[in-house]
Each structure stands twice: as structure tokens, then as C-alpha cells.
Design a protein around this ligand. Sequence first.
Ligand SMILES: Cc1cc2nc3c(=O)[nH]c(=O)nc-3n(C[C@H](O)[C@H](O)[C@H](O)COP(=O)(O)OP(=O)(O)OC[C@H]3O[C@@H](n4cnc5c(N)ncnc54)[C@H](O)[C@@H]3O)c2cc1C
Length: 872
Amino acid sequence: MLLVMSSLLHSRTSWTPIYRAVLAVKYRKADSRVVSTGRIGWISSSQDSSKKKLSKQLKDDAEAVIIGGGVLGTSIAYHLAKAGMKDVILLEKSELTAGSTWHSVGVTSHYNPVVNMKPLTHYSMSLYKQLGQETGQDVGFHMCGSIRICTTPERLEEAKYQMQRHGWMKAPQRLITTEEVARLHPLLYVDDVLGALYFPEDGYIDPYSLTQALAKGARMYGAEIYMPAPVTGLNFRSDGRWDVKTPHGTIRAKHVVNAAGFWGREIGRMVGIELSLGVVHHQFLVTGPIPEVASLKKELPFMRDLEGSTYTRQEKQGILFGPYESADKMKMEEGWWDCVPEGFGKELFESDVDNISDYIINSMKRTPVLANAEITSTVSGPITYAPDAIPLLGPDAKVPNMWLALGTGYGIGLAGGIGKYLSDWMIDGEPPFDLIECEPGRYGNWASREYVLAKCRETYGLNNQIMHPKLERWAGRPVRTNGIYKRLCERGAQMGQRAGWEQPNWFAHSGDEPGFKPSFRRTNWFEPVGRECDLVLSKVGIIDLTPYGKFEVKGRDAADFLDRVFANELPKVGCSNINHMLTPKGKVYAEMTVTCLASDRYLLVTRSNTEFHDLRWLLANQRKNNYDIVITNITDDVACLGIAGPRSRDVLSKMTSSNLSDERFPYLAYHNLELEGIPVQASRFSLTGELGWELFHMKEHTADLYEALLAAGEEHGIGDFGTYALNSLRLEKGFRLWGFELLQFSSQMNTSTTAVEADLMSFVKLDKGVEFIGREALLKLKRDDCERVLCFMTVDTTDVDPEGNETVWNGKKVVGFTSSGSYSYQLNKSICFAYLPPPLTDLGSRVEVEMLGSRYPGVVVKYPLFDAEPFA
Ligand SMILES: Cc1cc2nc3c(=O)[nH]c(=O)nc-3n(C[C@H](O)[C@H](O)[C@H](O)COP(=O)(O)OP(=O)(O)OC[C@H]3O[C@@H](n4cnc5c(N)ncnc54)[C@H](O)[C@@H]3O)c2cc1C
């Protein structure tokens, strides 16, 4: 199949029939060339191989069974076996690479807008560099570098934004000039190029050989691979192990790993879980030899033309190029939600070159030698996407000992890191570092088919779009709302989405510019958020806190159990406290507000998005020691409104005859109240740090409660406030948060940080008389031995504020990073938490915070800055 590209420019219709003639089937048999790194191979079309006999008898017992022999499954098997796990078995239903892997472009890049995921790629690259030598199987790794070219000032700003977020990471990257772009890639049209982000250690790899090498390594270390061995059923046994059924027999296994790629949903269904995954098409084209490429002395770097939304890499003496289509143009297999068509295995989709003709033109403009090149192959294959294009990675939220490694849009680059990460977690019983973004439980039952597919489409379309901070993505929304959603919208709520819930970020009043106005700097919400902070500080505000995760723990062993999993003492009946669940290594697994409702009944409240993450830990620890308790997730039944500010007590007092005085209702106390006849469980706590209450109530009462609060508060000037104001206020009060950047506010603690590093030891009671999880490890940790510890800073900025993940410099040296930040409207200054080496955390230490290409002076100060309620 040959086509001279420039013909496209003259007669677009003249060439499409050629493709049609060749590709006039819905799914193409996979007999086209596998393009890869110097290896041109052929992969035969799939047949029903499940009935073929195995060359050896299937074992009937295993420590771990991995389902799927793609790049991910083999990497997990390799790492588990290498780490010493005995009886690791990989089951592949047809042959290795027979899903998405075999036709991948194989690009491995350090670029990742999710900062936490960068170590995965970094580890992959280190592994790929030496895997050939270790296993004797060449992997065809080309470290040609990669460039992301910027052709608009906003893109350049984005590149600077990405620079500021990587400095302390092992992710080599730098900004380069147009001249350097031209030197690295002499075949590019660069007249409109303003600069680029350059990753010298990026490259591409042959996915087929990589998978074979991982499989070879896995076998070398003792793992067994059976194929064709389709998993046909899974049964969770009463002894906590799994029966893994295949046509060749059943394996009893402690752990099961679902690495079945776009069949992942089908494996999930075998155990009654609906995984939030969609399948998108991705197309690329390959040219034959191009004289200008053939005569190059050095291999071209991988190149992304962000504005044109295309990429190219060298393929031998030709060029491989492909588009990332916009959401309205891209194609999906929506029907695969129900099942992958029987017989689809190593097939490809029919290429639809018409659909990507605009992108082909963009490619020819950016790389003019393409115009006269001959196209020798087109490939269109399936990629599995999670709604946010971030993998589902880790233990399943609901089913014990079931691990997921699915939904990797860029699985080749991530595979090494994912294999190591998952294997460490499976062996150690705790994650090696924080990757909460990948938490499989982030999509609950609320993630409907329509929502997931709409989000996958949207996310694929965002591939080369500018990723602004606080980016709001609208597809599929609203999907999880409470009784006041419409009312809040009418009152100007500018919604954000957390764990599917719609929650106001801020409120636009008349004269404000509503909507999401993308910017790397302060933008339209900046003034209104200041107004909301002022409202809470001077009068009283209401905030919708329904997205909190809420659990009730009840039963004879409730106190014993909670004392074991939490590091702080338990509160007395009628009181709450802030409490942390630690891992055995003393890292911070979760932060919750714990309230004692009765001696055998507790309410636990966590942030949104961590609902299933936290619940899983609670349930796993309950199972371990057979505690006599019942843990109930009440998140969907119980809503919460927060009221805060100096007038908040006056407002509530108008609605109840109960005594709300400091004596009767002190800070962190908890009482059942009736507010205008509505039963609420009221906690004297507000994350704003101001006088305030959190009012938990049955969700059917939210609308009435909200109206009653507004009515009672009218004379006190009550108004709404959103999460942006909450974030600024809580930072001023020095409240640390557990969380992650996808919550839009980065966090101060997670499973990458110990309680010592996160400055949480005032919440940890080493001498409470209970051997709580993590205690032993904490006894050995000393602050001064830590690489970095948490501190608080003010930063002198102009029109930009730290948000977390900014690089912190001391002279010419990178010393740390911010963990979250905001503008303080009380101080008229930027403020942030940061992780710095202990000697630099002395009060008055001076450092610099990198933002958008400039370094702003920061000084370590005492926190909290302000102290309205007693500091917790
Ligand atoms: C055109 C294209 C280009 C791409 N380019 C890149 C790129 O440049 N860089 C990059 O990083 N990523 C790229 N990707 C994505 C990458 O290919 C995938 O993320 C990766 O291959 C996923 O690997 P996997 O192991 O999860 O799944 P798969 O490769 O799909 O493997 C799943 C395996 O599970 C097996 N299986 C399924 N059900 C069962 C069962 N019941 N029992 C036993 N076995 C079962 C299947 O047979 C299959 O072999 C590209 C993808 C496409 C389609």
C-alpha cells in the first residue's frame, strides 16, 4: 500500500478509496507489519486458541496469578518473581502482546502532567536500559530524546509551568530555544516555534521485544507462563483465596492481578465489579524510506507538535506519525463496555484516514519531508482508557486480594514502573510511595456507562491541549449531586467535581466574570474568593461539604479496632478529633475526623476521593484480626453542610433551643441537634479554622436545612463560600491535608511521607498504651535524619500563587518542593507548605519558589498564621 502524501494536499478524495479498498472490513486481521524499533515482524491473525492444549500441566496452587500477557502483566510477573515471590503464574489467553501491546508506537516519555507518576516512567527507563543485558533479549530501546514544541505564548507558559513541577524529581527535562529545536530535529518547520520542552532521556522501545524480555526475565526468576490459558471464572473462597478457572483446570491463588487490557472489564465482571474503562481508537501511519531521513547522522527525537496535535518519530529510514484527534473527531468502541467482540484479539480497526486528514496536513506542515513520502502502513488499534487517562492501579476497592493494572493510555512507558510499584505493594502490604491518583476506588457506583464513556472521549481529546491548573472538565457532568445542586447553581456556584460530586469552587455574583477562565496566573475567581474569605472572617458563610467520605464503625470491638488503626487517642463520647491511619512503615495512609457517638459507635469522616481508599484499609485490618465490628459506608446517605464565621453561633442559636456556648459546645464537641426541626449531628469544627460547625444530616433534608440556614442567617449577612476560599483559609490556619493534586489542592501528607516528615507528631500518641500500626517504625524515626520535612512559608509573588509541586531552590540548588499553597487574603501574600531539608526549616530561612520561569523569595514562618479556634 503506497501513497504519496502530498497527493492529499491536491486531491483529498483521490486517495481515500485506496485505503477503503484495502481496509474495507470493520476489524482488520492483524497481518500488517508491526512497526517497531528496527524490528519488522509479522503477527499472525488470531484464532480461538483457548482449546489448544498446554505444553505442560497447569499448577493448581499459586501465590499470585496474573491475568494477561501484555506489557503490564509480564512486567508484574517479572517484578514479583525477581523480588522473590514464589509461585507466580501468568495466564495469557492467546499469546504474549496479543492486546494493545503489539501495535504500540512504543514511545517512553518522562512527560506526565501528574507529577506523582513521573517516578514510574523514570524507573521504566532505567529498567529498559539494562533489561536486554539482564535477560539476553534485546528490547530495541532508542534513547533519542523527545521535544514538545511550543508555538504560542500560552504554550511556552505551560512549558514553564511543567518545568516548575519537576525540579526535585528524577525526570530530566529542560526548556530549549527554537535554534536548539532546529538542531535536534533538522527536518522540522520551525518558523513559528517559540521554544520547546526537551526530554533528553526519552525514547522509544519495541513493545513486542520488551514484553518478551519481561516474560523471559519472569521465567528466569521462577515465574511460570501458561498460554493459551484464558481465565474463564473467578471465585473468592471462604479461606480468603481465589479459585482461578481456566479450561485446563483451576488454580488456587492468594492474589489475582487483572492486567487483561481492554478485556479488563470482563475479568471485573467475573467478581461482580464494573470497572470504569473505555476503549478508544488510536491511529498512526508509517512512511517508507525518506532520503532526508536516510541521510541523517543522528536519529531524530520524538516530536510532539502540540498545537497541531500530532507526533512523529523516526522509523528506520522513514517516519512514523499520528494524531490525537479532538473529542468530537476521535473514535471509540462504546459497545465494548458490554463485551469485546468474540474473536477480537490481535486485530486492528479499519483505518479511517479521512477522519484524520486535517492532522495529516498539520504533520506535513510541521515535517515537510512527509509531503513526498510514501505511506507503507496504517495502524489503528484499541487503547484502554480510564475516564481521566490515569491507570487503575492498586488493590481493588471492594474485592480483597484482587489487584488492578488497567487503563494505561501510555502503558509501554509506564510498564516497568507499574510492575515494580504493584509488586512492592503486594509483597510489603503497603504502597512504596504515594500514587493516590491511580487509586482504583476513585470511581464508585456513581460512574455510569454514559459518564465513563463521555469522560474517556473528553480526556483523549485533551491529549495535546493546554493543561491549566484547576482545569475543569465538563463532559458527563453532573453525575453525583445533592438536594441543593440547582439552588447553588442559581446562586452563582462555579462547580468543581470531586469524587463525582458537584461542589462549588466559588460563587460568581453580579459583576463577576463567571465560568472557568483558564490561566496559569490569578484569574477570574481571584477577587470573588477574597470576598468569600472576608465573609467567613467577618460574618458567616455556608459551604456544601457533602462530598466527604463517611463511615460508621459499630460493635463490641469498635474502640479496640480504631485504637489499633489510628495513631491518635480516640475521642471521648460526644467529641471528635483529627486522627491518622499509618502504614507499618509509619507513612500516612489516611487522615480522618473521628467522632465517638457512643462507646461502641464511631463516625469517621474523610475527604472526598479517598472514600474507598480509606474504607479498604479499614476493612482489610478488620479482617486481619477478626474484629467484632460492622463498618458501614454512609457517604451516599448522609450529607453535610458547613457553617463558619464569627456569626455562625448566632445563626444556629436562632434555629435551636440547644445551648451552643463554649462551655456546653466546645471546640471538637459533637451533639445531636434539631435545627428548625431538622435532625442534625453537629460537630464543632470547621476546616476554615474559624468558629464553625459541620452539620451532618440525612441527604433528604439538605434543601430544607440550607434554606433554614439562609433564612436564619439573613440578618447576619450570611452567604455562600466554596472550596477555593476554604483552601486559603485552612492554609492560613495551618491545617494540613491528606490528598493529592487531582483534588486541585495538593496535600501535606500521604503514603510518601511519614508522620515525622509531615510534622504530625502532635497528633500521634506513641504512649497511648496501644501498639497501633506504624508505632514501631515511628519510634526509630528522627526528624533530623529525614531528607525533607514539612514547613510553612510566605512567598513574595506578583500575579501567581503556589499551588503545590513547585520546585524550591536554595541558591543554585534544588532543595525541595511546595506541597500546597494559595493566596492569603488576610496577609496579602502567597503562602504555602513546603518540604525542605531540616536545617532549612528554621524560622527565617530564605529560599526561592520557582513559578512560570521566575524564582520568588520565600521565607519560613511559624504556623498557623492566624488562630481563631484552638489549633488542632
Ligand atoms: C496504536 C497505539 C499506539 C500506542 N502507542 C503507545 C506509545 O507510544 N507509548 C505508550 O506508552 N503506549 C502506547 N500505546 C498504549 C499501550 O500499547 C498500552 O497502554 C499497553 O500496551 C497496554 O498493555 P496491557 O498489558 O495493559 O494490555 P494488553 O496489551 O491489551 O494485554 C492484555 C492481555 O490480556 C490478555 N487477556 C485478556 N483477557 C484474558 C483472559 N480472560 N485470560 C487470559 N488472558 C487474557 C490478552 O490476550 C492480552 O494479551 C499505544 C496503543 C495503541 C493502540
